[in-house]
Design a protein around this ligand. Structure first.
Ligand code: HEM
Length: 133
């Protein structure tokens, strides 16, 4: 069981206290029965109702017991489609701009190189023109 697939919009319909789904690590959980029992309070669960709660859940550093409770609430898996909101996964080591910067750097160098070649070509062209006069 628990092989049902949910799209992001399926999940987002369950966003009230009486009908509350959350996504954690691409699994869909029905937390409706747990809202009142949550030691962290109902407010935080309502905050992420119908959404990807991966980051919120991991940020708190929930215990193994909490994960077992979560397992018991499983109703299916999330089937992502292109254009869905990006997964808000908790990735502390991936927050640096390293890769982005490298990509930018290459682009900037390429522009400088092309610009430099164009300027050099124009210079040579003008020189040649002057010589022929
Ligand atoms: C359905 C998903 C969730 C389950 C099953 C769950 C379960 C639990 C459990 C069992 C605890 C007791 C401490 C522990 O065992 O770690 C706890 C505490 C806590 N939870 Fe959750 N939780 C869920 C989602 C969330 C979310 C989305 C947040 C958002 C920030 C959150 C915030 C907290 C906080 C702040 C505490 C600490 C409460 C305290 O120590 O006073 N929880 N949760």
């Amino acid at each position: 069981m628990a092989t049902k697939e949910f799209s992001y919009s399926d999940v987002s319909e369950h966003n009230t206290k009486k009908d509350l789904y959350v996504v954690v690590h691409d699994k869909v959980y029905n937390a409706t029965s747990f809202v009142d029992e949550h030691p962290g309070g109902e407010e935080v669960l309502l905050d992420v109702a119908g959404q990807d709660a991966t980051e919120a859940f991991e940020d708190v550093g929930h215990s193994d017991e909490a994960r077992e409770i979560l397992d018991g609430l499983l109703v299916g898996t999330l089937k992502r489609k292109p254009g869905d909101p990006a997964p808000k996964t908790y990735t502390p080591s991936n927050t640096s701009m390293g890769t982005d910067n490298a990509g930018m750097g290459v682009g900037v160098y390429a522009i400088l190189l092309i610009g430099g070649l164009l300027a050099f070509g124009a210079y040579k062209y003008m020189q040649a023109n002057q010589e022929s006069q």
